[in-house]
Design a binder for this molecule. Structure first.
Ligand code: SF4
Length: 357
């Protein structure tokens, strides 16, 4: 009787589903949609199920990513969520690709912030020959000096470009699907979902790891989110960044409404159930959409960005370290040889109330 009053019988369905996933069950579309429709009073039960899976594959570890916006703005594409697109009036820095020295400085910062992965991101449809030369020249130097795991996000890639990146030591390429196939034309008209899939295929064929995810809150239906999560599973991508739209003034999506933090958690849990052993990262929009529920997101996801995003600020790294420490989680770090180990996040020296941003 007490059990049913507390909803324990209801909650146990997520534990049971997690156990089935750990035994090899592949989530159906209906089950994934049910997760997104979970009543709020079952949210902790759902997260408990997601954590059961996360713990099995990643224990209590968190991977930190640091990105450098290596070329900003001036993009001819019309992705309507992006402050760097040709249809955006957002006031953002605009510059061509950074110098090798600046990219190495970014890597130094990534190392100082205890990132496992350094992401080199440029705006634009595809990398120019000069941009490819810069990236392929600097990556071996960064790997030699810092041992960081390197992810490049350079836009659409040909098979030859993907092979070049692999040859210079890039570990992984990010290229987001962004939304479900059936919703793609609503967010961009200058390239297609299929273009993006072809880049991912080129990346996979070159032997690179694939990083691909999306953005929640762009007017999509729940079915579109599930469609994206299952497409990423079918592509066997290794890493899935889940962004929550930060509606930037001057972009076509500037008026989009906030997403409920509890819904963000359901989305993260659904990604974990659908892609049980994949890295799932709470990416852009974490601070403004999950707000005070950020720590709960790490019961489903196992990774976050530390520092700033492409054109928006992130919270102070010390806040992230404090959150991870408070959860009792540990971070994954790499030494100069690229060997990985797990350690406590750096200690917070400042008064938490004095940390801003
Ligand atoms: S997401 Fe990339 S391709 Fe699309 S507008 Fe922004 S920088 Fe350009």
């Amino acid at each position: 009787m007490i059990q049913s009053v507390l909803g324990a019988e209801q909650g146990s369905r997520w534990t049971a589903l997690a156990d089935r996933v750990l035994s090899g069950h592949q989530l159906t579309t209906e089950e994934a949609l049910e997760i997104l429709d979970t009543p709020d009073n079952e949210l902790l039960d759902l997260l408990s199920g997601a954590y059961r899976i996360r713990r099995h594959y990643f224990d209590n570890t968190v991977q930190l990513y640091f990105l450098v916006n290596a070329k900003s703005g001036i993009c001819p594409e019309d992705c309507n969520y992006c402050s760097q697109s040709k249809v955006s009036d957002a006031e953002i820095p605009k510059y061509k690709i950074l110098s090798e020295e600046q990219l190495i400085e970014g890597a130094q910062k990534a190392k100082e912030l205890n990132s496992r992965t350094y992401c080199i991101v440029i705006s634009g449809r595809s990398p120019t020959p000069q941009e490819m030369r810069t990236v392929t020249s600097v990556v071996p130097k960064i790997k030699e000096k810092f041992g960081l795991h390197i992810c490049a996000c350079l836009g659409l890639l040909s098979p030859d470009q993907a092979r070049e990146l692999k040859s210079c030591g890039v570990d992984r390429v990010n290229h987001n699907l962004n939304t479900g196939e059936d919703h793609y034309a609503e967010i961009c008209t200058t390239h297609t979902y299929q273009d993006r899939m072809e880049t991912l295929q080129a990346v996979r064929d070159a032997g690179l790891e694939m990083c691909s995810g999306g953005i929640i809150g762009m007017g999509e239906k729940r079915e579109h989110i599930v469609q994206m999560a299952t497409a990423l599973r079918d592509m066997k991508v290794q890493s899935i960044p889940v962004n929550f739209l930060n509606a930037i003034d001057g972009t076509p999506l500037e008026k989009r409404q906030e997403i409920e933090p509890r819904y963000c958690l359901k989305v993260l849990a659904m990604f974990r159930f659908v892609n049980p052993d994949r890295e799932i990262r709470i990416a852009g929009g974490r601070e403004i959409q999950l707000r005070s529920l950020q720590p709960l997101g790490l019961f489903a996801a196992n990774s976050i960005f530390v520092g700033d995003y492409l054109t928006t600020k992130g919270q102070a790294p010390l806040r992230d370290y404090q959150m991870i420490e408070d959860l009792g989680f540990r971070i994954v770090v790499r030494n100069e040889k690229g060997e990985e180990s797990v350690c406590q996040p750096p200690k917070l020296e400042a008064n938490p109330l004095e940390i801003v941003s």
